[in-house]
Design a protein around this ligand. Structure first.
Ligand SMILES: [Ca+2]
Ligand SMILES: [Ca+2]
Length: 214
């Protein structure tokens, strides 16, 4: 065999060995799991109490197909340097690059926050570059029956009269502070009337922010 033929064969051999792994890799990367970030509108966060003071953050993620998987640890970390206690829950969301049935799938992740006392908190859900924050408040663990001003176990027109009296006498009564804003005024009366008319279902009522009652 001439020198020229040998070097030609060597070049061919080198080319084959150089491109073979790439070719194999290209084959395998076609169908695999890759990290993805969810869309903000597909992630909803809420915080729940089990009634015994243990809180948990619930993260629901919607997917447009069954080709997703989520790995996560239900333990949260607490972000440093913030005034309020800020919990952070993380997850690794992956999508299957191969075919998968198009069907709305919901994954629910539960992060344990432990026992929380009265105060302001936030929970941030993170996945790769994605993050979404949920702020919430825990009210005092004293049971207050909002709206039942005379403590007779019923919330009715008698209590309405008593709330009016509180306003006229400029007297603060926690049970009459229906919207929990620290004052008893005509707003509480309006909200109470809406409750009596069954336009709202629970008391206390606060329109602008989330709150949780034990
Ligand atoms: Ca009553
Ligand atoms: Ca009020």
């Amino acid at each position: 065999m001439s020198k020229g033929k040998i070097s030609f064969l060597l070049v061919v051999l080198l080319l084959v060995t150089a491109f073979l792994p790439t070719a194999v890799l290209a084959e395998t990367t076609e169908e695999t799991w890759i990290k993805v970030a969810p869309r903000s509108e597909d992630v909803s966060i809420s915080v729940k109490s089990d009634g015994a003071g243990e809180f948990a953050a619930i993260v629901k993620i919607m997917f447009g197909s069954s080709g997703y998987r989520v790995n996560y640890d239900d333990v949260v970390t607490i972000a440093e340097g913030t005034k309020k206690i800020s919990f952070v829950g993380e997850a690794d969301i992956q999508a299957w690059t191969g075919g998968s049935p198009t069907v709305m799938t919901e994954k629910t992740l539960t992060y344990h926050l432990g026992k929380l006392s009265k105060g302001d908190y936030s929970f941030t859900f993170k996945s790769s570059d994605f993050s979404k924050i949920y702020e919430f408040e825990v009210l005092p663990d004293v049971y207050i029956c909002y709206g039942d001003i005379n403590d007779d176990g019923k919330i009715n027109s008698t209590d309405y009269t008593l709330i009016r009296r509180c306003i006229l006498e400029r007297r603060y009564d926690e049970r009459a502070d229906i919207n929990v804003d620290g004052v008893v005024n005509s707003t509480d009366l309006t909200v109470f009337k809406r409750y009596l008319l069954k336009m709202i279902n629970t008391l206390p009522y606060r329109k602008s922010s989330e709150y949780i009652i034990f």
